[in-house]
Design a protein around this ligand. Structure first.
Ligand code: SF4
Ligand code: SF4
Length: 423
């Protein structure tokens, strides 16, 4: 492994856009799509069938033999069940549902009447911002610090910035809940100086951060706010720290204070001309519906990217739903797509200069494009990468470096899982 400091100083500073106050509410569509983390295999029999009625908040056990943790965000009738294969081969059961007026499942009433930590843990990831409370699940949880990010993890996206500024009472209730979790000693909300007047009364410790990308990513907040440099390949949780998005904390707060389920997700839509609009949709609304409501007609050659310009990934269908983690969607017209090339690296060194983790990206990319993932980890510190996407952004050869990195990390995790199973 290479020995060197973790962060460089030559990172360019991209400023965040200021979140617009205005938000457009898109009404409940006639049809939604829900992804259930329950892939089909030959031995499984359908429990949910086409024609079945589903209630809002109902646990979606599509197949027998395994308990699902996905709950329905709508009431309606199942009209189709398919398999959806995402990046890197993960598969989901995809349910298409014709919607009706909400009819709440009994489990919802139980949850909203008694929103204790142990009751929220199995459900919380289904709600906007996907709050992961399972890190507090073990009785010996070592999480002592919760960091709430009041900015978003990509440029042009302003969902969490919006939530921190305009969902203040829910954020306050969520902060109160987090402070009461056994073992939690600090709840910190990070925000830029201009947001201080609105976030100051949320009950969390406020930490002012620079409003520049990639300074808002967890590895930088660990270093700049908590004075902790993450060892290579380590997670904040191993250091006793967990990160939650502002929208996720507002979701928890809504359940606590309003005793209702948070089912509407805020999404930043980045249009072809670069303008941004925040919309609020029912979870499960498809991108196609969002585009129709905003009069965005996709044309041949357009590219749809889930996420923002630095870290987003292209998707090849608009028939995919807005999920609890979907913060941004970007439409690029054919002439604006920078293109991805298989041309060889020209050894300009731009990726090395820009990398905030000071990685030898030009060498790393050679291992990755040849599928030598373990060499990439051992010789080029692949796991030090903070996934900012700056290397891809600056590469004049348009090499898909960021995609190579994500694939490399995924393949390594698969290798590790296989090795653990063999032991
Ligand atoms: S994405 Fe690229 S620039 Fe960013 S840390 Fe990883 S290797 Fe460095
Ligand atoms: S920026 Fe692209 S072309 Fe330049 S050294 Fe890095 S990978 Fe090679």
């Amino acid at each position: 492994m290479m020995k060197r400091s973790f962060f460089g100083s030559a990172t360019p500073a991209f400023r965040y856009a200021i979140s617009p106050h205005k938000i457009e509410d898109i009404p409940m569509p006639e049809q939604v799509m829900l992804f259930v983390d329950q892939p089909k295999n030959r031995d499984r029999k359908y429990v949910i069938k086409i024609g079945d009625t589903i209630k809002t908040g109902q646990k979606l056990n599509v197949f027998d033999g395994e308990e699902s943790t996905t709950v329905s965000t709508v009431t309606g009738t199942v009209t189709d069940i398919q398999t959806y294969r995402s990046d890197y081969g993960q598969t989901y059961a995809s349910l298409t549902i014709n919607t009706a007026d909400d009819d709440m499942d009994d489990a919802v009433a139980a949850l909203t009447q008694s929103p204790a930590l142990e009751n929220l843990i199995p459900y919380s990831h289904n709600f906007p911002g996907s709050p992961n409370l399972s890190v507090f699940e073990q009785s010996d949880s070592t999480i002592h610090t919760v960091v709430i990010n009041g900015l978003d993890d990509d440029l042009l996206v302003s969902v969490n910035q919006w939530a921190a500024q305009y969902l203040t009472s829910n954020i306050k209730a969520g902060v109160g809940f987090l402070k009461d979790i056994p073992g939690v000693k600090r709840v910190i909300l990070t925000a830029p100086e201009r947001m201080l007047s609105v976030v100051n009364s949320c009950g969390a410790e406020i930490s002012v951060i620079e409003e520049t990308y990639p300074k808002v990513l967890p590895a930088f907040i660990m270093r700049d706010v908590l004075d902790t440099v993450l060892p290579e390949g380590d997670t904040p949780e191993n250091q006793g720290v967990t990160f939650l998005k502002a929208e996720a904390v507002a979701s928890i707060g809504q359940i606590i204070s309003s005793k209702t389920l948070p089912l509407e997700k805020v999404l930043t839509v980045i249009k072809r001309d670069g303008s941004c609009q925040n919309v609020r949709v029912r979870l499960g609304t498809t991108l196609k519906t969002v585009f129709e409501k905003l009069n965005i007609n996709s044309q041949s050659g357009d590219r749809v990217i889930l996420g923002g310009p630095m870290r987003g990934a292209a998707v090849y269908s608009e028939d995919i739903p807005v999920l609890p983690t979907t913060d941004g969607v970007m439409v690029q017209s054919a002439e604006d797509i920078p293109g991805v090339s298989t041309d060889p690296c020209v050894n300009c060194g731009e990726c090395v200069r820009v990398c905030p983790a000071e990685m030898p990206v030009n060498v790393l990319v050679r291992y990755l494009e040849n599928g030598l993932y373990e060499d990439a980890r051992e010789l080029c510190d692949l796991l030090c990468c903070v996934e900012c996407g700056l290397c891809s952004y600056v590469c004049p050869a348009k090499m898909p470096i960021f995609q190579y990195i994500k694939l490399g990390k995924y393949e390594l995790s698969q290798i590790e899982t296989a090795e653990e199973q063999d032991e």
